[in-house]
Write a protein that binds this ligand. Sequence first.
Ligand code: C2E
Ligand code: MG
Ligand code: MG
Ligand code: MG
Length: 264
Amino acid sequence: YRVKRAGGGHAAFQRQEDQRTTLQVERLTALHRALEQDELRLYFQPIVQAGSQAVVAHEALLRWIRPSGIVSPLDFIPLAETSGLIVPIGRWVLRQAVNAVKTGQLQKVSVNISALEIRQLDFMEHLRWILMESSVEPQRVLLELTESSLLEPRFAAVLKEINALGVQTALDDFGNGYSSLAALTNLPVQVVKIDRSFTAPIGVDTPAGKRALEVVRGIVTLVSALGLPTVAEGIETPEQADLLLKVGCTYFQGYLFGRPEPLS
Ligand code: C2E
Ligand code: MG
Ligand code: MG
Ligand code: MG
């Protein structure tokens, strides 16, 4: 960098920016390779009935298996989304998840779908194709969506098309800001998943714990009034499960019932 001495601060900033860009490009190249070289894996976490604790479905959760360790989706989904790579990755995910049902390894599978995927004009075509090719009953597949971009009216139409196929939709991370009350009134969803930020404080004898329980009670009342079931995410302790059962949650998901694991 040939910058005047006086501009040293700016040069340092520019250098930092360049390094960041280089890092992003390297990560994107690596993620590209991950998809091609089979480094992505689906893990599955059980979703259980709140009362009987019977497993009713599994959520597919993506992992990137690198020589250096397992990378969380929180660390690469954002990059996949901004780069558009989420579209081929999402197709791979959907196919793998549906295949696990086809082979009888799972009863029912719940798949996270990014806003960008559902924005693709051929999303429905792809979904239909995967279902047809696998001959898996659509009732055995559920798509989890967050509000983020789904409030545009045309997405309600896509959700209706998904439902018309027989595939259910869930509003994921409800209450966390991207999945809000407006989404509940506008979107045709069959399941509401209550964000872990509400369930995490429950079960400890603190003001925050008590408030969180009342907030979840309110959410469950509201969602039940719409005739929809709730999934409480992130249940880690029996105390949480007891309290959330009393509050009327329909389903539970969390480490208490099983961590995300690869199929054997
Ligand atoms: P999510 O859809 O809300 O998934 C639930 C997350 O909570 C998962 O994190 C899961 O491992 C974690 N979790 C479940 N039970 C517990 C618990 O008891 N305690 C704690 N502390 N955590 C729990 P994970 O697997 O890291 O995934 C993070 C997010 O990445 C997901 O949140 C989802 O938004 C996204 N994601 C994962 N897989 C995919 C995918 O295939 N496609 C897309 N588009 N997004 C994905
Ligand atoms: Mg989810
Ligand atoms: Mg969630
Ligand atoms: Mg979440």
